[in-house]
Design a protein around this ligand. Structure first.
Ligand SMILES: Cc1cc2nc3c(=O)[nH]c(=O)nc-3n(C[C@H](O)[C@H](O)[C@H](O)COP(=O)(O)OP(=O)(O)OC[C@H]3O[C@@H](n4cnc5c(N)ncnc54)[C@H](O)[C@@H]3O)c2cc1C
Length: 410
């Protein structure tokens, strides 16, 4: 198999590099921080400015249609862009949810008016979007959600609570799944809406994380009015619409940072000392590095296999879960090892004290969440077991019951 660029791809890559060289600062390391930078308020403004520049000069949302603000390029061009952009020092990617998941959902299920209203602005990035799916009692079992929407004239009235909503505190719009009919089985009584995050009755409360930052929120909805014109898909079809979002989420996460950072780890091992010698000379360190390298390469080639299938026109199937099932624990193990290699300074979450190596401390604290977001380890293994290996499915007693009759434990 040949992984080199074709002449056309090489020419495109050169154009991408030339534009990025002109407009951004190259990183000291080739490997990006797969967990991104911190989202302080200055970073949001810088992210918006960067996205506007990309949009205005023809480098935003490359695969999207032109009338949606994209460039109608192929998937391969988008991959090349992503590979090259990751080598530059840039503001945090606050658009992963909007561009990776919600935009494609609008394209698949939105009306023409809805697409015209939102997609171009989403591509230019001056309006930020969040995903309002998970609830305190509905995460892996998303279809068990309890936030309600009740029709009232031309509006719907939403009441309930979401949680872990990334970026909700700085978002302008959200995509929300609600229960509109409790009298049918859980997957059938759901409806999907776009909600204005500045509406009366929406309250986002940031959750303080172990790293000291707050990237996600609890969001409360009290009698929030949403026009019926903001409904995406038919009443009761919310599960179908949500599945489009979730399929895109897994592809976005699976093809993201999995296994990233190996070269930075190698560099750290060269600079660190163990028993009076460079750590890289220690056989136990070399053994760990070799294990990480082999797994990273396995992930990279598994990713290429998925990419080849996509380029042939196939839809990514359940095997896409493998990237995250292996990549998320690998990221956590590499970060833990990097913190250990740093010795006492590994305990410092302070860029001024440890410089760029603080990336590992940040990754160490973020990585448990990555093993949960977008499908936990256990849920991914269930998917692989049932849908790739064909093992017997889980017992699902509530599947055909009207939702109102599903026991709640109270
Ligand atoms: C960093 C981060 C960002 C997130 N961003 C968003 C966001 O922007 N929008 C949003 O809507 N949500 C978001 N989430 C929420 C995320 O989707 C959920 O946390 C996830 O789906 C798991 O749901 P839960 O937390 O309710 O855990 P639960 O589903 O309650 O799971 C608890 C435990 O039980 C296990 N478990 C559950 N079901 C099974 C089963 N069938 N078989 C075996 N084990 C099982 C799980 O693996 C887990 O260990 C985010 C989460 C994180 C960590």
């Amino acid at each position: 198999m040949n992984f080199d660029d074709t002449p056309k791809e090489a020419e495109f890559r050169a154009r991408v590099r030339a534009w990025l060289d002109k407009n951004a600062q190259k990183r000291a390391h080739d490997d990006a921080n797969p967990y991104g930078e911190r989202e302080d308020s200055g970073a949001i403004a810088r992210a918006k400015a960067w996205q506007a520049k990309k949009f205005d000069e023809g480098w935003a949302c490359l695969t999207w249609p032109k009338d949606a603000g994209g460039q109608e390029m192929g998937r391969m061009e988008a991959v090349i862009w992503g590979q090259e952009e990751a080598k530059y020092s840039l503001p945090p990617n606050i658009y992963a949810i909007g561009h990776g998941m919600l935009g494609p959902t609008l394209m698949a299920h939105g009306t023409k008016e809805q697409k015209d209203r939102w997609l171009r602005d989403m591509a230019r990035g001056q309006e930020i979007w969040c995903q309002l799916f998970s609830e305190p009692a509905a995460g892996s079992d998303l279809a068990g959600l309890r936030t309600t929407a009740v029709r009232d004239g031309d509006d719907w009235v939403i009441n309930g609570q979401k949680i872990w909503s990334t970026g909700a505190h700085y978002s302008d719009w959200g995509m929300i799944v609600t229960r509109t009919d409790p009298n049918v089985p859980k997957h059938k009584g759901l409806t999907y809406f776009v909600i204005d995050m500045r509406s009366a009755g929406v309250e986002a409360r940031p959750i303080k994380q172990i790293s000291g930052t707050s990237s996600f929120n609890e969001v409360f909805f009290t009698d929030v009015r949403v026009p019926d014109a903001n409904r995406i898909g038919a009443v009761g079809d919310g599960w179908k619409v949500a599945l489009t979002t979730l399929m895109n989420e897994r592809v976005a996460i699976g093809s993201g940072g999995a296994g990233g950072g190996f070269r930075r780890l190698l560099d750290l091992a060269r600079r660190s000392r163990r028993n009076g010698r460079p750590a890289i000379e220690d056989s136990a360190v070399r053994q760990r590095l070799a294990d990480f390298y082999v797994t990273s390469k396995g992930l990279q080639y598994t990713g290429y296999r998925t990419l080849s299938a996509i380029l042939r026109g196939a839809t990514p199937g359940p095997e896409g879960s493998i990237g995250k099932a292996i990549g998320a624990p690998l990221g956590q193990q590499m970060a833990a090892f990097a913190v250990e290699l740093q010795g006492a300074s590994g305990g410092l979450l302070d860029r001024d004290a440890v410089g760029d190596d603080v990336m590992w401390q940040e990754m160490y604290l973020a990585s448990p969440g990555i093993r949960i977001a977008g499908g936990t380890d256990e849920v991914l293994r269930n998917i692989i077991a049932e849908r790739v290996l064909g093992l017997p499915p889980e017992i699902r007693l509530d599947k055909d019951k009207p939702f109102r009759d599903v026991p709640t434990g109270k």
